[in-house]
Design a protein around this ligand. Structure first.
Ligand code: R5P
Length: 323
């Protein structure tokens, strides 16, 4: 990689949520892995210390805010604050996965607009800009009054499909809210689209009501695309309904593998041949079900950091997905 100011290449500082990814990004950028000490005191308070001199440097704090979401969020805020107070020239908060993104609207009375609050906290902590991947809804960018570079990792999934040799398939959106994204995949892969009409009677519980475009599914391989797999209820319920409607091999694709609660068990039992996710969320050495395949976003993220550092356009990186 090349930097316009070779005396001062970017500095990548890892939070504990994203050490593996940050290490891979540093390797791609051919820069040293940033030294950070992060720990918790006996009362659970978090302590962070940046180990190298970052005065006048372009700093990227890499931290996803998945489970334990509150702890990782706090560590992210403290790292931004530490970088700011250590006189970094510019601090970019890099959230490969932006937790709390699903709480992005007041859909019932007296609830918090959590995604907006998180955006405020990141800004107040001292971030100059944000780099993130596949926000649950693109509008969350508007919660920030600082620049947001919103990467789309779909091209990584598309490339995987193209190389996999899967043929005669139909793309499925596992819920109505995801249709725009799934249609995008269907257009790029030149495949028909079907939509699962999912209802959520309560949080983390999903039910399939109907499949719109059922005829596209029968006798075909099926690729389900979602932005994330959390408890895996959405994707697994969809897979059962699709199998009932005569789908052949079923594949599930998602950028973020949250994989909380019963996810592993559900994925193992579901009629899904392969589950493809990326490493925006570290699995911290957990042994994934054999059918889960992990792809890396490190090259995409490294290119984005290189471009931001060099004041070049970032949107070229995900042209394919931005329709
Ligand atoms: C919903 O709007 C999202 O796009 C995902 O479909 C959902 O969050 C996945 O959650 P779970 O795996 O728990 O059903």
């Amino acid at each position: 990689m090349s930097f316009s100011n070779n005396d001062k290449p970017p500095v990548v500082l890892p939070g504990r949520a994203s050490t593996d990814l940050a290490r891979e990004v540093c390797h791609q950028l051919e820069i040293p892995y940033g030294g950070v000490e992060s720990k918790n005191f006996s009362d659970s308070e978090t302590f962070v210390k940046i180990l190298d001199n970052i005065r006048g440097r372009d700093v990227y704090v890499v931290q996803s805010t998945h489970q334990p979401a509150n702890e990782y969020l706090m560590e992210l805020l403290l790292l931004i604050d530490a970088a700011r107070r250590a006189s970094a020239e510019r601090v970019t908060a890099v959230l490969p996965y932006f937790g709390y993104a699903r709480q992005d609207r007041k859909d019932q009375g007296r609830v918090a607009l959590s995604a907006k609050l998180i955006a405020n906290l990141i800004t107040v902590a001292g971030a100059d800009r944000v780099l993130t991947i596949d926000l649950h809804s693109g509008q969350i960018q508007g919660f920030f009054d600082i620049p947001v570079d919103h990467l789309l990792a779909g091209s990584i999934l598309v490339e995987y499909v193209r190389k996999s040799g899967i043929e005669d398939f139909c793309v499925v959106s596992p819920d109505v809210g995801n249709v725009k994204l799934a249609r995008n995949y269907a257009n790029i892969l030149k495949a028909p689209l079907a939509i699962v009409d999912k209802r959520r009677p309560r949080p983390n519980v999903s039910e399939v009501m109907a499949i719109i475009g059922e005829r596209e599914v029968e006798g075909k391989n099926v690729l389900i695309f979602d932005d994330m797999i959390d408890t895996a209820g959405t994707i697994c319920n969809a897979s059962h309904a699709l199998r009932d409607r005569g789908a052949k091999d079923i594949y599930a694709f998602a950028v973020h593998g949250v994989l909380s609660g019963p996810a592993f068990e559900r994925l193992e039992q579901a009629p899904i041949k392969e589950v493809v996710i990326t490493n925006t969320i570290s699995q911290h050495g957990r042994e994934l079900p054999a059918k889960v395949k992990l792809l890396s976003v490190a090259p995409l993220m490294a290119q984005a950091i290189e471009r931001i550092h060099n004041h070049q356009s970032v949107s070229d990186l995900f042209k394919m997905m931005s329709h």
